[in-house]
Design a protein around this ligand. Structure first.
Ligand code: NAP
Length: 308
C-alpha cells in the first residue's frame, strides 16, 4: 500500500471516469478519504450501494469541504456549473483538477468561475470504454494509458506535480501539453474518429438498398467495430464536439480532402496507389501495437477497453 498522497479527495461526477478514479485511489491507498458526489440522486444511491467511496455526499458543498484535491468528472458541458457549485466552499490550498476530454474550453469555463486564488490543474486521462455510469468503472482503467496534464494560468508547479503523481500511481504515464495542442491532437486521435463512426453507422441506417437485417447480419465485415465506438455516451460526445469545434473542423477539413483523393483512386482504378496507401496505414497499426497501446491479438469485438 502506498503512503496517501492526499488527505481527502472529493470526486464530483460518479460515472465511468469518476468511479474508476475512486476505485483506483481506494485500491492503492492514495487518499485517506474519498468522498463522492453526483448531481443525480439515482447515481448517488447506486454509488452508495456499490461502495467505491468512503462516503457519498448529498451536496457538492459537503463533498469538497476540507478536501485537499477536488476532481471534476462531469461531462464537458457541465464543467462550469460543477465548478460554480464548489467555488465558494474550497479549502485553503485545495487543488482542483478535471478529466474532461476537451481542454481549452474547460480551462476557460472553469477558470472563469473559480476564485482567483484557487489552484486549478486541468488534465485528461486518455482511457475509457464505450460504457458509462458508476457500474462501468474499474480500478485498472488507467493502467498503461496516458494522462495529459495541460497547465493553465491558475496552475502551480507543485499542483501539477501533485496531480501528475496521482495519475502515475493510478498506472498512467503523464505527458504535459498546452490545452490548445491537446485539443488538436485529440481531435485527430479521438474526436474525429468518433464522428466518422457516428457517420458511418448513420449512413448504414439510412441506406435504402441494404436492409437493416443485412447490416446486422454481415456486420463482422468491419461495420461492427464502428458501432462499438458509436455506442459511446451521447451526452459526453455532444459536449466534446460543441466544445472542441475549431480543432475538429480543422482535422475534418483535411480528412475530407484525403477521402476525396481516395475516392479518385477508386474511380480511376489506381490499384498501386491504393495498395501504397493501405500499406502505410498498416504500418501505423504496427507502431500502435509496438507502443503497447493495443495487442496484436485478433479482436473479435470482445475486448472492452479503448481510449477516448
Ligand atoms: P458519465 O459516465 O456520463 O458520468 C458523468 C456523471 O456526472 C453523470 O452521473 C452525471 O449525472 C454527472 N453530472 C452531470 N452534471 C453534473 C454536475 N453539475 N454536478 C455533479 N454531477 C454531474 O461520464 P464519464 O464517461 O465518466 O465522463 C466524465 C468526464 O470524463 C467527461 O468530461 C468526459 O469528457 C471525460 N472522459 C471520458 C472518457 C470516456 O471514455 N468516457 C475518457 C476520458 C475522459 P447525469 O447523468 O444525471 O447528468
Amino acid at each position: 500500500m502506498t503512503e496517501p498522497l492526499f488527505d481527502k479527495v472529493a470526486i464530483i461526477g460518479l460515472g465511468l471516469i469518476g468511479s474508476s478514479m475512486a476505485r483506483g485511489i481506494k485500491k492503492r491507498g492514495l487518499a485517506a478519504t474519498v468522498i463522492g458526489y453526483d448531481g443525480s440522486p439515482d447515481v448517488r444511491t447506486r454509488s452508495r450501494d456499490l461502495g467505491f467511496c468512503d462516503a457519498i455526499a448529498e451536496t457538492a458543498e459537503e463533498a469538497v469541504t476540507d478536501a485537499s484535491l477536488v476532481v471534476l468528472a462531469v461531462p464537458v458541458g457541465a464543467m462550469r456549473e460543477a465548478a460554480q457549485s464548489i467555488a465558494s466552499h474550497l479549502a485553503e490550498g485545495a487543488i482542483v483538477t478535471d478529466v474532461g476530454s476537451v481542454k481549452t474550453a474547460v480551462v476557460r469555463q472553469v477558470g472563469e468561475v473559480l476564485p482567483d486564488q484557487a489552484l486549478f490543474v486541468p488534465g485528461h486521462p486518455v482511457a475509457g470504454t464505450e460504457y458509462s455510469g458508476p457500474e462501468a468503472g474499474f480500478a485498472e482503467l488507467f493502467e498503461g494509458r496516458w494522462f495529459v496534464v495541460t497547465p493553465c494560468e491558475q496552475s502551480t508547479a507543485e499542483g501539477v506535480e501533485a496531480v501528475s503523481c496521482l495519475w502515475r500511481e493510478l498506472g498512467s504515464t503523464v505527458e504535459q501539453m498546452t490545452p490548445e495542442h491537446h485539443d488538436i491532437v485529440l481531435a485527430m486521435t479521438s474526436h474525429v474518429p468518433h464522428l466518422i463512426a457516428y457517420n458511418i453507422v448513420g449512413t448504414a441506417a439510412e441506406l435504402e438498398t441494404v436492409t437493416q437485417s443485412e447490416v446486422i447480419k454481415f456486420s463482422a465485415g468491419g461495420f461492427r467495430d464502428f458501432t462499438r465506438i458509436a455506442s459511446s455516451d451521447p451526452v459526453m460526445w455532444r459536449d466534446v464536439f460543441l466544445n472542441n469545434k475549431e480543432a475538429v473542423l480543422e482535422v475534418l477539413g483535411r480528412f475530407s480532402e484525403d477521402l476525396a483523393a481516395l475516392q479518385r483512386l477508386v474511380r480511376w482504378d489506381d490499384g498501386q496507389a491504393l495498395q501504397d496507401h493501405f500499406t502505410r496505414a498498416r504500418a501505423v497499426r504496427h507502431r500502435i501495437v509496438e507502443a503497447g497501446q493495443d495487442t496484436a491479438d485478433a479482436d473479435f469485438g470482445r475486448s472492452h477497453g479503448h481510449d477516448d
